[in-house]
Ligand binder design. Structure first.
Ligand SMILES: [Zn+2]
Length: 462
């Protein structure tokens, strides 16, 4: 049974865990005057900050959802830990060796599940990183060097190699006291007939870290022809790995995202590396899933500027499917977010990693600098499917673009895009364009528009 942590140690943990620092690892805090800090509450969804931190008194309080407490409560709530686990986590962070009152301290015994899984992942990441130097990892080193990455780059991002064996990692971790249960629960191994079998074998692996820098999972790239698995394999959902909110690179990017009020969303691990190395340190990537609501929440907390969420979220899309994806984004995401969303598409369809290899660092920075507002991009990519030299083509293009324009909720912005659309199509008749869009989208314009009249503005099927 777990011993009780001594009160003295709990007090020490509180003292050595400044609440502003601990909270600041999760959300962006701004000066709120009077010695207070504020940010967007991580415990409820909000758009203007009501989450207050008072460093002098060591506590936080949210005026929106009435969640409050000290630094230990914060860690308990945000990481979903027991009291003891939260104290252990903070102790680890502050470099404090805890003393337990009964039963003494047996390493690995009292610790909570989350801490054990974090430790297992830390050990796994070190194991993989060391394997990258072995002869067997030659295909992995070749993969990296072909993409313009040097040894120091691989080390900076912690890239490693998973040996092409059934249980290399499992044996290594079990020799260090981790149980097969823990390996399976954390997604490092799966159940085999005679014990755990490594999940990643013969692959290049990227450690995926949470916002505080703890490794919580891995992304693994196939290297060998004999591997009949998918090109990329990721850690499955686990007690510490939640793919809907994981952003690869967020631990490295978070400060720059806050400082520059900009986040760049790329599609893969190598793209994140390429962007950071090319001077775009705000790049992150989703891991084996598309960008969704939970990712928006993570970014919004980092992008908080003064009193509200500002800044830009820039998506890089590859050329082919870019228009379609942009249009979907424009329809699906909440509009406040959409109006701050930009799209950067390389005309010849090169992703940031390839672009850096072929054209150098400056080309990657130019790609991001050449971003375009999402609505503009979505509308123009609809138009590009039509022949605008004929009346028939222009009218068909107008009808196809209508739902996008009609879906813009801000009346001023909608008007601005109506004017643009008219100009792009060359009708030189805004009245006609407005009328046509109302017809097609069934949108009732005007100040008295009630909620029931909100048009059925849905993306048209191509
Ligand atoms: Zn709240």
């Amino acid at each position: 049974m777990a011993g009780r942590i001594s009160d003295e140690d709990i007090a020490l943990v509180r003292e050595r865990s400044p609440i502003a620092d601990v909270v600041g690892e999760h959300i962006q805090l701004r000066n709120a005057g009077g010695g207070n800090l504020k940010g967007l509450c991580p415990f409820h969804d909000e758009k203007s900050p009501s989450f207050n931190v008072t460093p002098a008194r060591g506590y936080y309080y949210c005026f929106g959802c009435a969640e409050g407490g000290d630094v230990i409560t914060f860690v308990r709530k945000i990481e979903n830990l027991t009291f003891t686990e939260a104290v252990e986590r903070l102790a680890q962070r502050a470099g404090i060796q805890l003393r337990y009152e009964q039963g003494g301290y047996v390493p690995g015994r009292e610790q909570g599940e989350r801490l054990r899984l974090i430790e297992a992942h830390k050990a796994a990441a070190e194991f993989y990183a060391a394997q990258l130097a072995t002869p067997d990892a030659a295909p992995g080193r070749r993969f990296l060097s072909e993409r313009g990455f040097e040894r120091a780059d691989a080390e900076h991002f912690g890239v490693g190699y998973a040996p092409a064996e059934w249980e290399a990692l499992s044996r290594h971790l079990m020799a260090r006291g981790f149980t097969s249960q823990e390996l399976i629960k954390g997604g490092l191994a799966r159940e085999g007939r005679r014990g755990p079998v490594d999940r990643f074998r013969g692959r290049l692996v990227w450690p995926i870290r949470d916002i505080t820098g703890d490794v919580i999972g891995f992304g693994a790239r196939k290297l060998l022809d004999s591997d009949d698995g998918p090109k990329y394999l990721n850690t499955p959902e686990s007690p510490i790995y939640h793919k809907s909110s994981v952003l690869y690179g967020v631990d490295l990017a978070k400060r720059e995202i806050a400082r520059r009020s900009q986040a760049v969303i790329v599609e893969g691990y190598t793209d994140v590396m390429a962007c950071h190395l090319a001077g775009v340190p705000t790049a992150v990537a989703t891991c084996g899933t598309s960008f969704g609501e939970d990712h928006i929440k993570v970014l919004r907390r980092l992008l908080l500027d003064q009193a509200e969420f500002r800044g830009e979220v820039i998506f890089t899309f590859d050329g082919d499917s870019a228009g379609q994806k942009a249009a979907l984004r424009a329809f699906q995401d909440e509009q406040k977010f959409v109006t701050q969303t930009f799209v950067a598409v390389q005309p010849d369809g090169l992703d940031p990693c390839d672009l850096r290899v072929k054209q150098g660092d400056a080309a990657v920075r130019d790609l991001i600098a050449g971003r375009e507002p999402l609505f503009a991009f979505a509308i123009r990519s609809v138009l590009s499917r039509y022949d605008l030299n004929t009346n028939e083509g222009r009218l068909a293009a107008l009808d196809a673009a209508a739902p996008v324009v009609a879906s813009i909720k801000d009346p001023g912005l909608r008007k601005a895009y109506l004017v643009d659309l008219d100009r792009w199509l060359g009708f030189m008749d805004e009245g006609f364009v407005i009328q046509r869009i109302q017809q097609v989208a069934g949108l009732q314009r005007g100040p008295q528009r009630g909620p029931g009249q909100q048009a059925a503005a849905r993306p048209g099927r191509p």
